[in-house]
Ligand binder design. Structure first.
Ligand code: SAH
Length: 303
């Protein structure tokens, strides 16, 4: 089914730190996806350069984002709030059809290395034992589902997950998108993995990508809003959402983490990390990663 998303396309004329202010304004709203449209050069050796990390941070580019909302009213309110806070920003209201997402995400898609994984589109499968690096390949068919490995937040979640002891754990992936984090957890030997997403198209694409991989049958994808239909609590919970949603749904998310369990969070930046941490007061910070101004945290539930 073809759907379109009420969206804002935001564009700054210079590198001026607009990102921080826009992110701060957006914490009052619940955008369903933020996509960075800025053109950036590939790191030397291509995106799955086995020396990654560290890829040197690319030079900063002026803000160029598309921000999708679940309804046009919220999009318009967010647009007005952003215009008030940043009068010089170019703001365009658009309805972004799904096809645009698919086309855009496919344009420059190459395999990407993150943690113990290489995320590859079907047309760029790395040769076995590429460059002598041990890595597990996850094939993702790019489509509507966010999570092709080309966003810093997905890669950082994979890096944090790669360092956890997942074997035999139960795992919940809140906002699974392409299903990439769920597939990684299943391949690491989790006992049960549940990927939930409110968007039927995302679950359809997660299921079709899952069929391209050899996965254990511990993995299930479910269409649901975790705030309205909470799944069973798990040992490890992954939530790559937005700062606003993490803050406003912190109690729902915290209740899904079993005592002494781990929580991996991403989808927010430096301006939001304080608010996100403050809303997860019963957790201790264990790890913090940062890439492209995005942050990912690994938290430990104290009891
Ligand atoms: N986990 C993937 C995708 C993150 S994008 C990755 O790390 O790359 C965030 C996803 O969360 C989107 O697919 C969006 O549809 C979904 N989402 C947003 N709010 C949600 C909610 N309340 N319940 C379930 N899914 C939600």
């Amino acid at each position: 089914m073809s759907q379109s998303w009420p969206a804002l396309v935001l564009r700054a004329s210079a590198v001026d730190g607009s990102e921080d202010l826009v992110s701060a304004v957006l914490t009052d709203f619940n955008p369903v996806a933020i996509q960075d449209l800025a053109e950036r050069p590939l790191p030397p050796g291509g995106l799955w350069d086995p020396t990654y990390p560290p890829i040197p941070d690319p030079p900063p580019t002026p803000l160029h984002w598309s921000v999708c909302f679940s309804d046009p009213g919220e999009r318009d309110r967010a647009g007005r709030a952003i215009a008030l806070a940043l009068p010089l920003l170019k703001i365009e209201r658009v309805d972004l059809p799904d096809e645009d997402w698919a086309a855009r995400s496919q344009q420059s898609l190459k395999a990407v290395r993150a943690g113990a994984f290489i995320i590859a589109p079907p047309w760029d499968l790395p040769p076995p034992a590429a460059h002598g690096v041990e890595a597990t390949v996850i094939v993702i068919e790019p489509s509507m589902g966010f999570g092709t490995g080309h966003h810093a937040t997905t890669r950082m979640c994979l890096r944090l997950l790669s360092a956890l002891d997942v074997a035999d754990a139960t795992v919940l992936d809140l906002g699974t998108g392409s299903g990439v984090l769920s597939m990684a957890a299943a391949l690491m030997g989790a006992r049960r993995v549940t990927g939930v997403d409110v968007d039927q198209d995302a679950i359809d694409s997660a299921e079709s990508s899952a069929r391209l991989n050899t996965l254990p049958d511990s993995i299930t994808f479910v269409v649901s809003d975790f705030r309205k239909a909470p799944p069973a609590p798990a040992d490890i919970v992954l939530a790559n959402l937005t700062g606003g949603m993490l803050t406003s749904s912190a109690a729902d998310i915290a209740a899904l983490v079993r005592p002494h369990g781990r929580l991996i969070l991403s989808g927010f930046d430096h301006t939001e990390v304080g608010r996100v941490l403050a809303s997860f007061a019963s957790f201790t910070e264990r790890q913090r990663l940062s890439e492209d101004n995005w942050i990912a945290l690994e938290l430990h539930r104290r009891g």
